[in-house]
Design a protein around this ligand. Sequence first.
Ligand SMILES: Cc1ncc(COP(=O)(O)O)c(C=O)c1O
Length: 454
Amino acid sequence: MDSPPKNGHHGENGIDGHGRRPPKKPKLVAPITPSEIATEFAHHEPSVARINNGSFGSCPSSILSAQSAWQRLFLRQPDQFYSDRLRPEILRSRHAIKDLINADDVEEVSIVDNATTAAAIVLQQSSWGFSEGRFDRGDAVVMLHCAYVKKSIHAYLHRAGAHVIEVHLPFPVRSSAEIVSEFKKALVKGRSNGRKVRLAVIDHITSMPCVVVPVKELVRICREEGVDRVFVDGAHAIGNVEIDVKDIGADFYTSNLHKWFFCPPSVAFLYTKKSGTTDLQLHHPVVSHEYGNGLADESAWIGTRDYSAQLVVPDVMDFVDRFEGGIEGIRRRNHEGVVQMGEMLVEAWKTCFGTPKEMCPSMAMVGLPACLKVLSESDSLKLRRYLRVKFGVEVPIYYRASREGEEDEEAIRITGYARISHQVYNVVEDYCRFRDAVNQLVCEGVTCEMLPDN
Ligand SMILES: Cc1ncc(COP(=O)(O)O)c(C=O)c1O
C-alpha cells in the first residue's frame, strides 16, 4: 500500500493516478451470510437492541480494519503519505461518490466531515450576500420548522440580516401534498413586501419526526418561484433513499456517509452544482493552504488531522456489493423490514404510523400507547433513557404536541412516537424486545411522570 499509483496506470488499489476506478468486473464472491453480518457488527454492545441506526449510523469491522490500515500507513511515513497518497486517495473516494449520486463532474463533489460542516459552507456563502451588500436586509430564507440545521441558519443568516421563514411540517402527515402545500404558502410569504427568497433549505429526510420530504417537487417549485439557491440537507439520505442529484436539481446537496452508508464517523459529501462562478465563492470554514483552489481541494486539506474516514469509501462500496442488489437491495430490504416491524408494533399497541409507509425510509415513526402519557420533551427523554437503562432498548422518542383546532382523533390521542430504524444487523428480536418493554410499562400502569429524571 506504500507506493503511490502512477499516472495512467492502475495502482495496487486498482486506481489510476487521476483517482479513477477501472470498469467493474462481474462479481464472483458469494453473497454475505447472516453469520458474516453478525461478525461484521460483533463490536456492538450485545445487551442492547439497537433500533436507532438513524442517530449515529454503524460501521462494519472490515471497514474499521481498512480505516486502521490507512491510519497506520500515514503514521509510518507521514511526509510521503501527505505528498503522494492523500490527494489521489481522496479523489478516488470523490469519484466513487460522484458515480453513486449521478453528478456530472467530480469537481462538483467535495468531502467534508459531516452534514453540519456542509451546511456551514453553504450558509456562510449566503451570509456573505448580506454582508457584501448583494442581498437586502430582510431578504428571506425558507426552511422547515424542524430543520436540523436551524441553529446554523440563525447563526449565519438571521444574524446577517435575513428574514427566516419556517415552513410547518405537518405531523402526523398523510401525503406529500400536505408538505407541498405548506411550502408554497411559505414561499408566498417570503416574496411579500418585495422581498427576495435568497435560499431555501430543505431536509430530504427530516430527523424528528422522520418524514421523507418530496424534495424534487419542492426544488421545482423553488425554481418556479425564483428562489435564488436551494440547499437539500440529505444527512440521512445516502443508503436510505435514492439520490440522483441531477434529477433532484438543487444547487447544493449534502449527505452523511456515516449514517446509512457504513462509513466510520465522520464523513459526508457536499455536492455543489456547477454554475458559473458560484463554486469559486464557496469556501470551507476552516481555512488552510488550499484556500482559493476550489471547494473540493480546500476541503481535502483543512490542516493536520485524521483523514482515514474519507479514504475508506471505495472499501465501503465493496462491502455493500457483498449484499444482494448492492446498496439498492439494502435500502429496499431495510424499508420493507422497518415497515413490517412497525406494523407489528402498531398492531400490538393499537396505535398507528405517523406517516404513510411510502414516506418512511429505513426509519418509521410508530405511535406509542397514549396511556404512557408522553406529554413533553422531557417525558420523551425520560422514556428513552428508561428504555435504555431498564430494558436495553435504544430508540429515540418524539413528543408531538396537539395543535389547536386539530380534528384527527388519533393525532390528538397519540403524543408520543418512537422512531425505529432498520439496518442490516437488526433482527426481529430487537423489535420484540421493544414491544414487550412497552407492554410491560402499560401493564404496570407506568406513565412518564413516574419515571426518574435520569
Ligand atoms: C437532517 C439532518 N441534518 C443534519 C444532521 C447533522 O449530521 P451530523 O451531526 O453528522 O453533522 C442530522 C443528524 O442527524 C440530520 O438529521
